[in-house]
Structures are given as structure tokens and as C-alpha cells.
Design a protein around this ligand. Structure first.
Ligand SMILES: *Cc1c(COP(=O)(O)O)cnc(C)c1O
Length: 417
């Protein structure tokens, strides 16, 4: 019995996986041509996928809710072209640092929300300096005081919201304020002639289903009943954050190279049904305000892939690639499973083999198997759906970083660097 079996994690269906892999193998010539044209390794951004996800997410929510706002969480993929495409799709940007705020401003948007703990004076000054474009989601009473002082110094009025903590236990306690603090902090904001209160935000990540978010909406609804009428007149939005897991589920490695686990995830339409119902029951009787969303992973996960080549076939079951995991910035594939596909010797059948990167560390793992007839030096390998929390975390460690190729719906692929 493996530990995962004891925890009852279901296996990833082989039929589902084969279909998933075939979707990419059907386009193998297109992808391997990119390597022949631009070199290896590569990050490939497919704009069509990004646009499709943006539309699907918006449609799911707009169908069920009267007034929605959408903000892409830039930290999940900080390639400016990703944000640019999403701005074109009617999204705003959710930034969580001064660096991301500067990037958002450079993209020319005035739809920015700035959340995150411990915003520095420099970061708050940047927000105040661009107060007509940014809503600051305050993380604490101290931050309220600091922002109010800067706004006063610069004689600006700043739009603000309050971030609510959803879980005061453990390490998530660092985020936002407790519900008990909402009344007093709302009063402080109302008392400041430089801050304009607009809304509330909460965010919990890694939701495979909407249960946790729906439960917090219920808690919030119960709590808001004691707020004064003026609060509901001021309240323009409730932002329920991001954290929607892509519908293919969370794929994990097992101790067998050809068996993989899959923790199932709800489709985004099921999230929308459940969240809308919870809002209708617990929030809309009190206020008909706009509902905002900050999806990151769900939007960008499937829109980027990594291409690389085999440098050294050391034995039949051990190959070294030209890309190292500095490309993604963390030891992802020691626990997460994604198929490694040999585009050069394509076949929708998986074979056990250690696929390892070329960094001087044993933690440089891409996978424990590959899809293909065989594997040889020079073969082009693809790891699909690496758009979330990889590109932003890439680091120049030992090996150089891959180039980034953008594939537009029409027109030829082009290189960004
Ligand atoms: C990271 C983050 C998100 C995005 O989370 P995903 O899991 O990528 O959807 C949204 N809002 C806030 C405040 C965040 O910190």
C-alpha cells in the first residue's frame, strides 16, 4: 500500500491522459519546428488558449451573476504579453507588489487592484501617485494608517478596500484583517478625508472545489448583518479572490513511474453555480454590489508549454535534457505529474525512464517516464500546461533561461527575447 492509496487519492485515468497527450502530439510538427527555428529550450505561449480560458471564465460567472469584475493575478504568470492579452479580453490586473504595479502601469491599464501583506512605503507611494488607476486592498490597521498619511501628504484621494482573513490558523493568518476588525477599520476609513472605501476582498488558494469559498461567503453574510446602512451605500464590490484549480485536477507522481494520481477538480461552471448560489442566499439580500474575481492559475496554466531537447542518453532509462528546472524555479516534478512527450518519436504510450535536467543537482527532475516510441539524443521533448507559477519563478541558476515564443492565433510565431 502506498501512502497515497491510504489517503484514497484516485488514479489518473489512462484514457483521459492519452487523449490529453494526443491533443499535443497531433500538433507535434508545429511544436518541434519552433525548436528547429528558435533553439532549445523554449517557453511557448499560446495566445488562443489564454483567450479561450479568459472567455470561458467570464461567461461562467456573467451567466450567473448580474455584475462581475475580473482581475488577472499577475503573480501566477508575469510575462507582460500574458497580461496584455487578458487586458484585451476585458480583465483588469491584480498586483501584489510595487514591481507588479509598475509593470501593470506600463501596460497602460487603469483597472488595477493592489493586494498583499506588508506593502512598503515606496509601494504605497506608487499606488498613491497613481490613485486614479489603483484600488488598494488594505491588509491591516497599520497599513491603513500609513496609506492615509501618504495620501494626506500628497493631497490625494485613494480608493481602498479591506482584505478579510479567511483562516486565522496556521500560516494563512498573515493575510488581511479579522472580521471583528471590519467595523472599526471601516469607521477609520470613513473618517479619513483621503481614503474612499469601496469594497471587501478575500482570497484562498488551491481550491479544487468551491466549498471553502462558499462557506466563507456564508460567514461573511452573517457578519455583515450588523453593519450600518452607510456601509452598504459605500460598498461597491465584494472580491472573492482567485484559487480556482484547472478542471483536469491536480496530478501527482506515485511511486510507480507509469501510475499517476489525480485529485479531481470541479469545472469552473460548477464553481460559478455554487458561488452564485451562496452569494444569492447570504450577500444579495444585504447588497447587490458587484462581485470581483482574481483568477491566476485557472487562466494561464494551460496556455504555456516547455520545449527542450535530449542532450545525453546515458542508458535506456536515463536521459539528460538541455533544460534544467531553473526554468520553472522549483522542484515541481518531484511531486507534480505532467506528461513528458517525445515529439520526435511520437507515440501515445508511456515508458518508464528518468528524464532529468542538466543542472548539477539531483533535484533537477522533469519526470519518471515519457510518451514515445523510444528516446535518442537530439529528440524534442514537450511538457505541456506549464503556464502557472513556473514562468514567474524561473531563475538564472547555473544554466541560462529559455527564450519565450509567442504563438498568435494568426501570424507567425515570434520570439520575445
Ligand atoms: C495569488 C493570488 C491570486 C491568484 O490565485 P490563483 O490560485 O493563481 O488563482 C488571487 N488573489 C490574490 C490576492 C492572490 O494573492
Amino acid at each position: 500500500m502506498t501512502p497515497a492509496h491510504e489517503k484514497q487519492i484516485p488514479l489518473l485515468s489512462k484514457t483521459y491522459l492519452r487523449e490529453f497527450v494526443n491533443g499535443f502530439l497531433n500538433r507535434r510538427l508545429f511544436f518541434s519546428d519552433l525548436v528547429h527555428k528558435f533553439g532549445s529550450p523554449l517557453y511557448v505561449l499560446e495566445e488562443a488558449v489564454l483567450k479561450q480560458r479568459a472567455r470561458q471564465f467570464k461567461t461562467a460567472m456573467n451567466k450567473r451573476l448580474p455584475d462581475c469584475g475580473f482581475y488577472f493575478a499577475m503573480k501566477s504568470n508575469n510575462l507582460p504579453q500574458v497580461s496584455r492579452v487578458l487586458l484585451d479580453q476585458g480583465f483588469g490586473l491584480d498586483v501584489s507588489s510595487g514591481m507588479e504595479l509598475s509593470a501593470a502601469l506600463l501596460l497602460g491599464t487603469d483597472q488595477i487592484i493592489f493586494s498583499g501583506p506588508g506593502k512598503t512605503r515606496t509601494e504605497l507611494e506608487l499606488a498613491v501617485g497613481n490613485s486614479e488607476k489603483v484600488t488598494v486592498l488594505l491588509d491591516s490597521e497599520g497599513e491603513l494608517r500609513r496609506l492615509s498619511a501618504i495620501a494626506k501628504e500628497k493631497n490625494k484621494k485613494v480608493h481602498v478596500g479591506l482584505r478579510l482573513n479567511t483562516n486565522p490558523e496556521g500560516l494563512w493568518r498573515k493575510f488581511g484583517i479579522l472580521l471583528d476588525e471590519l467595523g472599526p477599520l471601516y469607521d477609520k476609513i470613513s473618517g479619513s478625508s483621503h481614503l474612499i472605501f469601496l469594497g471587501l476582498q478575500f482570497h484562498s488558494s488551491w481550491n479544487l472545489d468551491p466549498e471553502r469559498q462558499a462557506v466563507f461567503i456564508e460567514t461573511l453574510g452573517g457578519f455583515l448583518k450588523i453593519m450600518p446602512d452607510q456601509f452598504f451605500e459605500d460598498l461597491k464590490f465584494i472580491d472573492i479572490g482567485g484559487g480556482y484549480w484547472p478542471s483536469q485536477g491536480e496530478w501527482l507522481v506515485s511511486d510507480q513511474p507509469l501510475a499517476h494520481y489525480c485529485i479531481p477538480a470541479a469545472p469552473i461552471e460548477a464553481f460559478a453555480d455554487c458561488l452564485a448560489q451562496s452569494l444569492e442566499t447570504h450577500i444579495f439580500p444585504l447588497t447587490q454590489c458587484r462581485v470581483c474575481f482574481e483568477p491566476g492559475r485557472w487562466i494561464c496554466n494551460d496556455a504555456m508549454h516547455i520545449l527542450m531537447q535530449v542532450v545525453d542518453c546515458k542508458t535506456e532509462d536515463l536521459v539528460i535534457t538541455d533544460a534544467g528546472t531553473n526554468t520553472i524555479g522549483w522542484e515541481r516534478f518531484e511531486t507534480d505529474y505532467f506528461p513528458v512527450m517525445n515529439l520526435t518519436q511520437a507515440m501515445p504510450e508511456e515508458r518508464a525512464c528518468h528524464i532529468l535536467g542538466s543542472l548539477c543537482t539531483p533535484h533537477d527532475v522533469w519526470g519518471y517516464a515519457y510518451f514515445g516510441k523510444g528516446i535518442s539524443e537530439g529528440d524534442v521533448l514537450m511538457i505541456p500546461t506549464q503556464g502557472a507559477y513556473t514562468y514567474s519563478l524561473k531563475q538564472s541558476f547555473i544554466k541560462p533561461l529559455p527564450r519565450t515564443i509567442v504563438v498568435e492565433e494568426i501570424g507567425s510565431p515570434y520570439c520575445l527575447d
